[in-house]
Design a protein around this ligand. Sequence first.
Ligand code: NAP
Length: 634
Amino acid sequence: MTIPDLSDTQLRDALACAHIPSLMVSLVHLTGDLALIRGDIRPQHGFMLGPDCGISEAHQQHIRDLAFDTIRAFQSRHGQLADLGEDAIVEMCEFIIAAPLEGPYGELLQRELVIGGTETFAHDSFAGIPHEARASFRVLVVGAGMSGLLAAKRLKDEGIDFVVIDKNAGVGGTWLENTYPGCRVDSANHMYSYSFEPYDWPQHFSDNHVLLAYFERFADKYGLREHLVLDTEVSSAAFDEGTGTWRLETENFRGEAVKFEGNAVIMATGQLNRPRLPDISGRDSFSGIAFHSARWAHAQDLTGRRIGVIGTGASAFQFVPEISKVAGDVTVFQRTPPWILPTPEYHDSIPEGKHWLLNHLPFYGKWYRFWVFHSAGEGLLDSVRRDPDWHNARSISAKNEEVTQILEAFVREQLAGRPDLINACIPAYPLGAKRGLRDNGAWLQSLCRDNVQLVTSKIEAIHERGVRTRNGQNFEFDVLIYGTGFKASDFFFPMQVYGRGGKTLEAHWQGDPRAYLGIAIPDFPNLFVLYGPNTNIVINASITFFSECEVRYVMGCIRLLLAEGRSVMDCKKDVHDAYNEWIDRGNEQMAWGTPGVSTWYKNAAGRVTQNWPYSMLEFWQQTKSPNAADYQLS
Ligand code: NAP
């Protein structure tokens, strides 16, 4: 085993960037000596501790010096990595998370670590199912974003026949469509990536170009392009009870109608796909340039322009700091302020030394991801769960209040020079009721610029030249940008989906989307949804983790059909209904169930249709493999 050489200075610089607990366990791989992680220098448990995990600076330096000597010794003796048994790996896991690795959570974490090279989410083996049977089962995947590509890879691995249809000209979904200035992922990249597909991320939270490149590379690497049908929009999907198959009607970019037929459909269209323009009177009368954040008009030069921005959600949070650098002036219309999650490294590049550690120090990258995964794993979940005995208008438990105070202090500190903005920027609703937004200070700094003003009076109307607010103020703009989000609970919009008896999903749901595990819908057999109803997570885990769970489950469903020699599986209504009651009970306990706070987590009737209310462990366990008894098989 060779560790590439660096000069002493370069190696010390690299070690200066190290996450110390990950470095310590990586050293065990070099020496085989567990004594290092049995001593007094150890991480402490606690989400709010940050990357140094409570290890003092003196102890960190001691570990860096030790690492320097250990790596040099390993290099000079051309060492071999220690052959560590399972007990040692468990001990190393427990060291990193500073807690016992117990029960099923231990299994999840160990599998997530992928130390032995086995893919965490590789589904149950298709061994024993003849290749002809697999190749004659055709799956129609709708959507070539993060979830659709993952499904494609798994289908390809197992020799299932499939096609992936996407309305866009390329893969990448949200990362292809969202190109606004400042667009970047706001989940840590080492976790917002497939568990089995590491990448040399340039930043902790990389921008849209990098994310798009990751998914394009994924499609190339796994030979998925030959299965893609791009520039083709699905207008309807219909289940044929006679043949037990699905038919998709599509229209391609040449305006040609193309039909597809398959045994199953995987809907991977995402929740945040179709822009939502606000229902504000006079919206169409604006005579200037107007566009939505997900349809950025790059041809328009914003330099020196008077710009109005409606919305202060995740998208506006990222583009306002950027456009305000070039605009003449920017007026931001805020209806509700978001809670800000301070993230100092949000815009930082990963330093050269850290790249070296991640790419060249054996196992460091895996342990680092493991730590990121664990620390964000259940994250702030406990802090957004309601305590029925806690009575306070803006918080829902003592923990919720504790975190709230930390976040409030961040806003006050950032706005010390602009006390006039403080009240407008501190939310009055509980943390977690709406999506908290990461920031390193860029948002509040942009609001403090001379050319930016924050308007909190409600918008009464949009008119030919701009916006009028309820307090009678008139604003004139050259450009109006809608950062007003997406039609989240209109799953599959504007596609029409027909199930048994020709019933439409629209009529079935009536604005209240529900599915079993977010994946299966009674009377819509062999239709599998990825990132479906109640699978959005906002405070714990990552959406890629959930997709991996869902795809593993769907592959299990296909395997079940093939193994049983059946062609159709339909989720039982009682199973589906009981599950959804359980989901609703869970969501009522969570901050996002708070009545009176409007978010894209809820449908028009106020039911939480988007979010998953339990732990990631719960979802991982529930989606491990399908229970045949939950379905009618025919
Ligand atoms: P959003 O979070 O739904 O925010 C929409 C904003 O528009 C809110 O501030 C909302 O105010 C405001 N709004 C809507 N209708 C309005 C009206 N009639 N008058 C005034 N204001 C109005 O949308 P988004 O910012 O596009 O983000 C959507 C989701 O996409 C995020 O939550 C996140 O999950 C995802 N996203 C992720 C990233 C990332 O990973 N980096 C980046 C962007 C988006 P109210 O709050 O009062 O409703």
